[in-house]
Design a binder for this molecule. Sequence first.
Ligand code: FES
Ligand code: FES
Length: 160
Amino acid sequence: MELRINGQTYTVASDAAEPLLWVLRDELGLTGTKYGCGLGICGSCTVHVDGEAMRSCSTPLSTVEGKAITTIEGLATVEADGTETLHPVQEAFIEEQVPQCAWCMSGQMMQAAAFLSNNPQPTEDEIIAAMNNNYCRCGCYTRIKTAVALAAEIAEERRA
Ligand code: FES
Ligand code: FES
């Protein structure tokens, strides 16, 4: 099966029923996407499929064939000359020094990026609701909320 991940095409040997997370981490070495609960609950494995946030631990390969998959490794923009521009969410999470252990953070950022692409100027309540099902065992929720709001401001400045 062929998968399109971060703009590249990969041929994978795994069975069509295999969860995407296992293929990303174990077959392709894209270990930025993390395993948490394995049950679709915690959000640490969140990636984008055609721009929407999906939990890769509970997403079989058969449902993503031919779709554009983005992982945390592909969230930044890379120009033809190799210059990398961090996504506003990445920039904001660094600015706010959000992570503690960081295990949940790629999932948090992928969730936030998909949310902001659909709602570029969210209210605080909308941010809380959007991030509510991504768990952080270190309890970084206040900084996550602040960083998502900052990411919206950064994205707005870039569009201006
Ligand atoms: S590891 Fe996928 S939702 Fe927890
Ligand atoms: S920073 Fe440790 S689980 Fe979120």
